[in-house]
Design a protein around this ligand. Sequence first.
Ligand code: ATP
Length: 383
Amino acid sequence: MTQLPRPDRYQIVTLPGDGVGREVTDQAERVLERVQRAGVRLEVERIPCAGSYYVEHGKEWPDGSFERCKGADAILLGAIGHVGANGQPVRRADGELAGYEQVIGLRTKLDLYANQRPVRLFAGIKHGISGEFREIWAPRNVDMVIFRENTEGAYAPGEFRLERGGAVELVVSPTICTFKGAERIARRAFELARRRHGAPSDGKRRVTCVDKSNVIRAHRLFRDVVRGVGAEYPEIELDYAYVDAFTVALVARPERCDVVVAPNLPGDIVTDLAAFIQGGMGMAASGNIGDHHAMFEPIHGSAPDIAGKNLANPSASILSTAMMLRWLGERYADDAASRAGDLVEAAVESAVVSGAACTRDLGGSKTTTEAADAILARLDATL
Ligand code: ATP
């Protein structure tokens, strides 16, 4: 990563968005306030946005917000998706979900091509299966990072629709892979594998390319490019899997995974499944990272079923904040920011392991604020 002159204060934009996104961002902002005690100088600007804002203002955020995001050192997103009075998600005039600009818009316009998803299971986490909470995977067996390509694949523009007499008769949705797109995400994966400690099962540094290249030609190019980049890293084992088979491998043998790299759609699928093996949506953090900008967010949506009830698990958002601090630390060679990121993650782990941050999704009964209070108390003790 290119190291840049450190700003006097980091400018952080938070985009709380909709539903539980706002509740968990409130808690993440408390964390950002606290880490200033550890010498991380930052300023937070909160910009209201997405579906709930659209209902009131007829636009997705105030004018000038994109420029604020572009000028920020990092962005922290909550979640988007607001249910309107008719019980349906609020959409823009063009049919896209209101909040599209904050998610897909920012990923595309700021070229946030690497969706980085750490998947680590904390001790004592119980998984809710058939309504029963059980410990299924040993924490030592689940420790991987998944890179999902974020700007191409089946999500890139280029859809073709044929409408006749007002009826949609044909839709063609292309899957795109460019050499540049595959090459830069592959390089991210190998560079991280080089710095990690290998897969839990055998300690081998390994990159697993997950795609559907036996059927989709664009994925064939993706795999070929990953193979080419892998040749520059002979110390790292390169492994391949088709996404359908990989869903089984991920659940049955997560300990074989060290770093995973995937095109957009297979990456979307396996990261949701991976969230489950680390305790669910409430535990899954992510970063959307380009060469010049980065946006961090919990992977969950606005969860309308629990929104406004103080029930959401704030861990994913707080762990995304920890990722953001570590990213700033690396980008600006700032030890205080890196250390603060480590301390925030350790505080979440300790609070979850003790049960003090276990919200309903983890089989506990803590509210969002109680869980965050427990995390902050542990953080305060270490800062
Ligand atoms: P989207 O369609 O954008 O992914 P969604 O809100 O429909 O969003 P998810 O956010 O993926 O769906 O969440 C699925 C379910 O997981 C929710 O209905 C909710 O019950 C649960 N969930 C999601 N996030 C959290 C959280 N932070 N804490 C607790 N439960 C959560």
